[in-house]
Design a binder for this molecule. Structure first.
Ligand code: ZN
Length: 160
């Protein structure tokens, strides 16, 4: 069966940046599962999935516009260290949680001062062209419940 709206897709992937360095990979873990056609994965990858069947292997290179967007330089801010949650001592590159008016957000620490810390609230992949090496493991019809929930259940999907 081919990937189309309201199918559940299981796939393995290796994600590389423009230099070819591996950023993350599902290999060694369960495959990732998603409900197709509901915006559950980045748009550029979802587009490439259409029509593929179990066993298909392909490489998709996705521009920032169809991945995590361009970087927003105004998202770099200096905030009091006490507002960062997740660790006692901070170092450059660590990921922290910050409560904002829009709810909790993940930020990346870029510079540590005594009382103030510079953080970057951009998604770590913002502004990056991403290359996915994909192998489709399984494609099946979604259940009515999955379509209603808007996500995949079971292996690699939502557990609840
Ligand atoms: Zn559900």
């Amino acid at each position: 069966m081919a990937i189309a709206k309201d199918t559940v897709v299981q796939f393995h992937y290796t994600l590389k940046d423009a230099d070819g360095s591996v950023i993350e990979s599902s290999h060694g873990n369960d495959p990732m599962a998603y409900l197709h056609g509901h915006g559950n994965i980045i748009p550029g990858l979802e587009e490439e999935m259409v029509g593929k069947e179990a066993g298909a292997e392909f490489v998709a290179t996705v521009s920032p516009e169809k991945a995590y967007g361009q970087r927003d330089e105004t998202a770099i801010q200096r905030i009091p260290a006490k507002h960062l949650q997740g660790a006692k001592k901070w170092k450059k590159g660590m990921v922290a949680h910050v409560e904002t008016d829009q709810g909790p957000r993940q930020v990346t620490v870029i510079k540590v001062g005594k009382f103030m810390i510079d953080v970057d609230a951009n998604h770590p992949f913002a502004g990056k062209e991403l290359t996915f090496e994909v192998k489709i493991e399984d494609v099946r019809e979604a259940t009515a419940e999955e379509v209603q929930h808007g996500h995949a259940h079971g292996l690699g999907g939502h557990q609840h």
